[in-house]
Design a protein around this ligand. Structure first.
Ligand code: GLA
Length: 375
C-alpha cells in the first residue's frame, strides 16, 4: 500500500519498503536517561516507508497523513532546529547519518504511512526515525546494525529536533523481537529478550490511549531530567543508576530538597521494579508482575509527578474492576496506560474504563517484531 502511494506520488516504483513499530514500555519509566533499566515491547502498529535513492542532494518526503504536501529539502542545508514539523524527524536522521560519516547518502524520495496513534506516547516519532534510518542504511548499503541505528536516531531527536529523550524508544522500535519484551540496560545497551507470551498464560495486556495530548517539548520532561542530574551531582555519582536500592535511604538522608529526593526515590525503586519484573517473567510468573506495574504507577504519580488525572483514573478503574495491575506508559503528562488483565475479564475492564473515560481508545497488544525490510 505504501509502495502504491509512492508510485502515485512520484510516478515510479520505489526500491524497497520498510516498517518500524511503535512501542509500549512494560516497566522502567524515566530510567533510561539515568542509565537505568527499561523493558519495552513492540506494538502491532507500524510506520511504513517506501523509498528510492536520489543523487542530486535532495530529500523529498511525503506522508499519507498530509497528502497534498511534499517536503523538499537540500541535504547539505540541514541544520539542527531548522525544521518545525514532522519532517524534522526523518531529516534529522539524514543529518545524523551524514554527521557520523555516512556521506554516501546523496538524497532520497520517501513516502510514509503510519498506523501508530500520534501524540499518544507510543513512540510514533521514534518509529518514523527508525524506519527512515533502516531504509537509508539498506539503500546506501551502510555498515550499521540496528543498535547503532537506534543511537543515531536518538541523536537526531536530541540534537536536530531538540527533544532531550533517552534511548528507549528508538531501541525498542529497532531491536525488539516478536514474543519478547526487551530488557535493556540503558548504560551500555546490554540486553536480554525476555519471553512474554501473554496468551499462553491466559492474560491480556490492554493499551489505553487516553487521547490526552502529551508532548515532551513542553519542558516538563527536560525539567525532570535536569532534576535527576542535579540529584546525581549532589550525591557525587555520575548518574542515578549508581545508587543501589539498598543504599537509597542513606542517599536520601543526605539531601534536603524534597522534590529532588522524590525524583531519586522513583528512579532507584523503578530500576529495582524492572529487575523484579524480569525475575518474575523468567520464573514463569507473568501474573505476578501486576502489582509491580501498579506500584510503578504510584511512584510516577506521587514521586516523579508525570501522571495526569485521566491516567490515574484508568489505573484506578482497571484495578477496581479486577485487573492484575496497571500503569501509565511512556513519558507521561497524558498519553497511554497499560492494563494487565486475565483474558476472561478484559472486555469488562475495557468497558468500565470507557464508561468513565468515554474518549479513551483501547486495544489489546502482544509483543510484535521490531523494524524490518518488507521488500
Ligand atoms: C519518552 C522518552 C524515553 C523515556 C520515556 C520515559 O518516551 O522518549 O526516552 O525517557 O519517555 O520512560
Amino acid at each position: 500500500m505504501t509502495a502504491n502511494a509512492f508510485q502515485t506520488t512520484h510516478g515510479f516504483t520505489p526500491e524497497g519498503e520498510w516498517a518500524a513499530p511503535g512501542r509500549v514500555n512494560l516497566i522502567g519509566e524515566h530510567t533510561d536517561y539515568n542509565d537505568g533499566f527499561v523493558m519495552p515491547f513492540a506494538l502491532p502498529h507500524t510506520t511504513h516507508a517506501a523509498a528510492a535513492r536520489r543523487d542530486d542532494g535532495t530529500l523529498r518526503l511525503h506522508s499519507s497523513a498530509k497528502p497534498s504536501h511534499t517536503v523538499q529539502l537540500r541535504i547539505d542545508d540541514l541544520e539542527p532546529g531548522g525544521i518545525d514539523n514532522w519532517a524534522a524527524y526523518p531529516a534529522g536522521v539524514v543529518w545524523a547519518l551524514r554527521g557520523a560519516g555516512h556521506d554516501a547518502i546523496r538524497g532520497a524520495d520517501i513516502h510514509y504511512d503510519s498506523t501508530i496513534p500520534i501524540g499518544a506516547g507510543l513512540s510514533s516519532s521514534a518509529a518514523l526515525e527508525v524506519v527512515t534510518a533502516l531504509a537509508l542504511r539498506d539503500l546506501y548499503d551502510l555498515p550499521l546494525h540496528p543498535w547503532q541505528l537506534a543511537r543515531l536516531c536518538q541523536r537526531a531527536e536530541n540534537v536536530f529536533v531538540g527533544a532531550p529523550t533517552g534511548i528507549m524508544d528508538q531501541t525498542a522500535s529497532a531491536c525488539c523481537t516478536k514474543g519478547h519484551a526487551l530488557f535493556l540496560d540503558a548504560q551500555d545497551l546490554n540486553h536480554r529478550q525476555i519471553p512474554f507470551d501473554l496468551a499462553a498464560e491466559g492474560l491480556c495486556l490492554l493499551v489505553v490511549d487516553t487521547r490526552v495530548k502529551h508532548t515532551h517539548s513542553d519542558g516538563e520532561y527536560g525539567q525532570r531530567r535536569r532534576g535527576c542530574e542535579e540529584g546525581a551531582a549532589a550525591l557525587g555519582v555520575n548518574t542515578l543508576r549508581d545508587i543501589p536500592y539498598e543504599e537509597l535511604d542513606a542517599a536520601l538522608a543526605e539531601l534536603k530538597d524534597e522534590s529532588v529526593r522524590r525524583l531519586i526515590r522513583h528512579v532507584v525503586t523503578e530500576n529495582q521494579r524492572v529487575e523484579r519484573v524480569v525475575a518474575a517473567l523468567e520464573a514463569g510468573d507473568a501474573r505476578g508482575i501486576g502489582p509491580l506495574l501498579t506500584e510503578g504507577h504510584m511512584s510516577l504519580r506521587d514521586d516523579f509527578r508525570v501522571s495526569c488525572p485521566e491516567l490515574d483514573l484508568v489505573v484506578e478503574v482497571a484495578n477496581e474492576t479486577g485487573a492484575l495491575g496497571a500503569r501509565m506508559t511512556g513519558g507521561g503528562f497524558g498519553g497511554a496506560a497499560i492494563v494487565l488483565v486475565a483474558d476472561g475479564i478484559s472486555d469488562k475492564v475495557a468497558e468500565a474504563i470507557t464508561t468513565r473515560l468515554p474518549g479513551a481508545r483501547i486495544f489489546p497488544a502482544a509483543p510484535c517484531a521490531g523494524a524490518q525490510r518488507l521488500r
